[in-house]
Design a protein. Structure first.
Length: 102
């Protein structure tokens, strides 16, 4: 049974909607972890990190997560949400300028 009404991936999208002012704005891993600690404190740090890996189109670790491999196109497309710009920094994925997802 989920801890919160929305799944973690949707909460990450909520964070982005609240904090990122434009398509190229970025956030650090510690910022999203702090946001979760304040708004959704039962969410574990490992859960957040796992979702960041699976949602980042260029993160080589995403191959370990099934979300981007599913035959369900809407689920697969929703997994292409973030772009990792450094070890602990992310921004929204831009389909027009970023490389194809891994």
């Amino acid at each position: 049974m989920p801890t919160y009404e929305k799944p973690t991936a949707e909460l990450i999208k909520e964070f982005c909607g609240e904090t990122l002012k434009d398509k190229k704005a970025c956030f650090k891993r510690e910022e999203i972890i702090a946001w979760f600690a304040e708004k959704y404190p039962k969410t574990k740090k490992g859960t957040i990190n796992t979702h960041l890996h699976s949602l980042a189109t260029n993160d080589p670790n995403r191959k370990h997560y099934a979300r981007h491999k599913t035959k369900n196109e809407s689920v697969r497309e929703s997994a292409n949400f973030l772009f990792r710009i450094a070890q602990d920094s992310f921004r929204l994925y831009d389909v027009e300028t970023d490389p194809l997802p891994l």
